[in-house]
Design a protein around this ligand. Structure first.
Ligand code: NAD
Ligand code: UDP
Length: 339
């Protein structure tokens, strides 16, 4: 299949492109580089063994720009990663988040349907479950209240996509609800490259390990969890990437609408991850306990059985590989792609 990949220069997109090539697909990337750099695509080409990844520096809100891309290529499906994703920033800048993520997706969908490409895989998030009613979380678990505008955009976009599919059954929509992607390509050539102080746990840990930050702040140790710190379902980004390749099968069998959790089904606490990182790398991570972070929940992990049953997809990497590969990337690229 020929796939339009929006946001393909970013963390998850870049890893997914490699898996798409491996499976024999081709891609065209659209990214405004607001949170990424062209260097990632240069390295992706190297890893995929192709000369160049076809790339347009286009914003998905730019209707004319997108039109030109879709006039120049024929696409079987779109994998839609493009979006702003920083939870804290979304609280400060709600307008910017709603405008970029929702308006951007509406423009994309309109241009897609005008070119008769009605197959889309959307990057959703476990955040749509809010404080989950059931653990482990199945896809039947009711959606919950999102405590921030970023989460709201994911939840609203799921509804928008479902309504559009309902009104026009020619659409096939796959909603992938990611749990906590960490790690990096085992080569250490591509990985997560956060700008400024990392919001997420693993990039914070690797920056402490590389000496860029003094210590990790652990946000709360008084949750109702085995060690009091938050429990999450960390998943290796390469496993998440292969989940997208498998999700194309749902598109091929004209699924209408399909929803899948992409997680491992295992919950690890913040301190479990610190310990796993230390034993995978031999580096001690100093930490201190801080106040809870507003909006955080105690426990979130998936039941990933539906993706295994219907797509034959299952995460292959454990916490040790996640830590090893995250460190391998950070160690080789202490300044991310800037170096
Ligand atoms: P990322 O920021 O690395 O990648 C997103 C890419 O989209 C970036 O390259 C950015 O430049 C691009 N982009 C943003 N707005 C754009 C626009 N208007 N037009 C064109 N390009 C635009 O993030 P990621 O971690 O790779 O996440 C990919 C997707 O998965 C996002 O939609 C994110 O919300 C979702 N997601 C991520 C996580 C996570 O923990 N990383 C969890 C759940 C869901
Ligand atoms: N966390 C932490 N210190 C940090 C960043 C995160 O203790 O510097 C905790 C956070 O409170 C949560 C877990 O790590 O319990 C995962 O947070 P992250 O932001 O990585 O992902 P989230 O699950 O919030 O999307």
């Amino acid at each position: 299949m020929n796939i339009l990949v929006t946001g393909g220069a970013g963390f998850i997109g870049s890893h997914t492109i490699i898996e798409l090539y491996k499976a024999g697909h081709t891609v065209v990337v659209v990214d405004n580089l607001s949170n990424s750099s062209k260097e990632s695509l240069r390295r992706v080409a190297e890893l995929a063994g192709v000369e160049k990844i076809p790339f347009y520096p286009v914003d998905i809100r730019d209707r004319e720009g997108l039109n030109k891309v879709m006039e120049s290529h024929t696409f079987d499906a779109c994998i839609h990663f493009a979006g702003l994703k920083a939870v804290g920033e979304s609280v400060e800048k709600p307008w910017e988040y709603y405008e970029n993520n929702i308006n951007g997706t509406l423009v994309l969908l309109d241009v897609m349907r005008k070119h008769n490409c009605k197959n889309i895989i959307f990057s959703s998030s476990a955040t749509v479950y809010g404080d989950p009613a059931v653990i482990p979380i199945t896809e039947e678990c009711p959606k919950g209240h999102c405590t921030n505008p970023y989460g709201q955009t994911k939840s609203m976009l799921e509804e928008i996509l479902m309504d559009i599919q309902k009104a026009d059954p020619e659409w096939n929509v796959v909603l992938l609800r990611y749990f906590n992607p960490i790690g990096a390509h085992p080569s250490g050539r591509i990985g997560e490259d956060p700008q400024g102080i990392p919001n997420n746990l693993m990039p914070y840990i690797t920056q402490v390990a590389v000496g860029k930050r003094a210590e990790l702040g652990v946000f709360g140790n008084d949750y109702d969890t085995p060690d009091g710190t938050g429990v999450r379902d960390f998943i290796h980004v390469v496993d998440l990437a292969t989940g997208h390749v498998k999700a194309l099968q749902a598109i091929q069998r004209q699924c209408g609408i399909s929803i899948y959790n992409l997680g491992t089904g295992h919950g690890y606490s913040v301190l479990d991850l610190v310990k796993a990182f230390q034993s995978a790398t031999g580096i001690t991570i100093p930490y201190s306990i801080k106040a809870r972070r507003p909006g955080d929940i105690a426990t979130c992990y998936s039941n990933p059985a539906k993706a295994e049953r219907e797509l034959g997809w299952k995460a292959q990497n454990g916490i040790n590989e996640m830590c090893r590969d995250a460190w391998n990337w950070q160690r080789q690229n202490p300044e991310g792609y800037k170096a």
